[in-house]
Structures are given as C-alpha cells and as structure tokens.
Design a protein around this ligand. Structure first.
Ligand SMILES: *[C@@H]1O[C@H](CO)[C@@H](O)[C@H](O)[C@H]1NC(C)=O
Length: 357
C-alpha cells in the first residue's frame, strides 16, 4: 500500500514537472555581445500572443541550465505562454559583471549589453511584446537584474530580484566588492538614485517597477543591502521611504511585504540567509502575468524560427594560463587559472571569489 502510494506520488511529481519543450541555445547572431554572454531560451509549445519575455539570471557558479532546472519558471511558461531567456555568464566562475563602467552604462558594453541585445533580438524576431519584458535573478543574477533595470530602463517593464545589492553598489575595478557585500557601502537615497539615473542619462520614459527579496541573516550579501535598495528605488520613483503598507506573514510566515506605492516592493525574510528561495508565482504576479493564458495561435507567431543547438554538456576550462591583475583566480565553481601573473598573488575575497591583487 505504502509502495503504491509512493509510486503514485512519483508519477504525479513526474507529470507535474513534465515540460512541453526543452532548453535550447540560441546560436543566431543576436547583436553586439562584447563579453560573449550565451543565450538560452525556453519556448513553450503554446505561446500567448503577443508574447511576454522573462530574462532569468543565475547566481555565481550557476549556469543557464542550472537556473532553468532549479526554478519553476519553465513550468510556469508552459501554463501562461511566455518565453524565458536564460543568459549564461561568460566567466568560468559564473558571476555577472556588475562592476564595470561598461556594464553600468546604457549601450556601453559589458555583460549588460549582450543581455539587452537578446531582448532586442527577441522583440524583433520572436513576436515578443516590447511592453512586457521582465528581469529576475538570484544573488549575482539579482545584482544583474538591478543593472539591467538601471542601464536599460527602456527595455524592461518590471524586475524581481532575490538577494542582491543596489544598482552600482559593486561599481569599481574589482569584480567582487567586499565593502558593498558586507553592507558597509552606505549612501543617501539621492546618491543611490543618481547612480541609477547615471546608467542611462537623459532617459525620461517609464522605469521598470522593482520588487526585491532579502534574508535577514544573509552573510554573503548582508541585509543592509536591502535597506540601501529601498533608498535607491524609492528615490528613483520619487516616493517616500516610509512604506505605504507592510504586510506581515506575507507571502508566508516570517516574511513581510513592504510597498512604497505601486512601483517598489521590498520583501524581507526573517531568519533566511543567502539566498531567499525563488517565489516564482509571486514574481509572476508582480509582472502581471498571473492571468495570462497561452493563445490558440501556434508558436509560429514569430517571424523567424529560432536557431538552436543542443546544450553543451560542459564548458571547456582554460588551462595553463595565469590570471591578470584584478582577475579572478579562485572561488567555488571557478575553473579558470588559479595562479596570478607576477607580481600579483591570489587573495581570497570570499568563498565565491579570489582575486589577483
Ligand atoms: C515590515 O514589518 C516587519 C515586521 O514588523 C519588519 O520586520 C520589517 O522590517 C518591515 N519592513 C520594512 C521594509 O520596513
């Protein structure tokens, strides 16, 4: 009896997780991509028309494949008919460039330009609704979500980020910023807001609304970053730093959801470390996609069939090389050089990042 029940449960789980499609790499030239970010997409067999797009960005050590498997966005894409693009970070450590001036500048280059061009490509070729493009991510991917919203506010309608830091908090010559990560980079709301505005000077359009999640016992990206994000985005939207509402036990026990008008939402998770687990249906609600259903039209609503290949099993790792000054030389998941070019030595910043200093 027990065995039968277990079997039935397994069957139920298996069918609940069955997807209509697979993760595929987009090998078409999608535009300028100076750092070589790879583009993967999950396109359900039935799409809503026009089709919303979610850009889902992985954590350090992560991959497009891992984020595809580790979140339920693809299952939700089947239910609702949107496309998910999973960019894959070009460094072997799997962290996004959230520090360079290039990445923090509209059309300035860096990882952000490659991702922006994925969005532009999807709008131009797949029938994606330009007014319903969204960004989400975890940890480094959360930081990158803020980068995309700051540098490309013209492309995104909303963002939802899990355990990140404010836009520009990592700015500087190093890929990892310990001062920011440990919550010691404190700025005024005006300064944080100015930083966002500097990402795309002169932008006067509607900015993406932002929802961010953070755990109170995060020791990788300290929770002070949550409070700095509140300062930043309330300033960008010109609203008070005092919440208009703060719902406790929402969306679950230990969490509180503070709202600052319709465009900023800050969810604090008591006793949760790095990272806050994805709450995909909540994120979808923030994006306004909860009631979206796949249209009766075929996936051929796109004008160009996507060029796809199968997913590589592994990425080649560089061997025998030395890392340059400021370069990464270690950390969980790092497969690049671990020796620094003379006279620099490899110094540990944290479990995820060692650097030639
Ligand atoms: C919302 O309320 C909870 C519970 O009182 C509190 O811990 C949290 O700091 C509040 N959130 C904000 C952003 O003020």
């Amino acid at each position: 009896m027990f065995a039968l029940k277990s079997l039935l449960l397994l069957v139920a789980i298996a069918s609940a997780n069955a997807l209509s499609s697979t993760l595929q790499q987009v090998t078409a030239n999608f535009g300028s991509n100076p750092t070589g970010v790879k583009m993967y997409q999950y396109r359900p067999t039935k799409l809503a028309t026009p089709t919303p797009l979610i850009i889902a960005m992985h954590y350090c050590t992560g991959t497009a494949q891992a984020y595809f498997q580790g979140t339920s966005l693809a299952q939700l894409a089947d239910q609702h008919g949107f496309i998910v693009v999973y960019p894959n970070a070009p460094t072997s450590g799997g962290c996004w460039d959230v520090a360079s001036t290039a990445t923090l500048t509209h059309n300035g280059g860096g990882d952000s330009l490659g991702i922006a061009n994925m969005v532009r490509y999807a709008i131009a070729n797949w029938g994606v609704d330009a007014s319903r493009v969204f960004a989400t991510g975890t940890s480094s991917g959360a930081m990158m979500t803020n980068v995309m919203m700051g540098a490309y506010p013209d492309l995104f309608a909303a963002g939802s980020l899990y355990s990140g830091v404010p836009y520009g908090c990592f700015a500087g010559p190093n890929a990892w910023n310990t001062q920011c990560a440990t919550g010691q980079l404190i700025k005024t709301a005006q300064q944080w807001g100015d930083q966002v505005r500097s990402g795309y000077p002169g932008f006067t359009g509607t900015r993406p609304k932002v929802q961010f999640w953070h755990g109170t016992v995060d020791t990788t990206l300290y929770p002070q970053n949550f409070w700095e994000e509140i300062k930043q985005w309330t300033n960008v939207f010109g609203v008070s730093q005092t919440p208009t509402s703060n719902l406790t036990s929402n969306p679950q026990s230990g969490y509180s959801r503070a709202s600052y008008g319709p465009n900023v939402q800050a969810i604090l998770a008591q006793g949760v470390g790095h990272t806050v687990p994805e709450h995909e249906t909540d994120t979808l609600d923030w994006f306004g996609l909860t009631n979206l259903t796949p249209g009766s039209s075929t996936p051929g609503s796109s004008t160009t069939a996507p060029v796809t290949t199968t997913i590589p099993v592994s990425t080649p790792s560089p061997t025998g090389a030395t890392a340059a000054h400021w370069g990464q030389c270690g950390g969980i998941g790092w497969t690049g050089p671990t020796v620094c070019a003379s006279p620099y030595t490899c110094q540990v910043s944290n479990a995820y990042f060692s650097q030639c200093l």
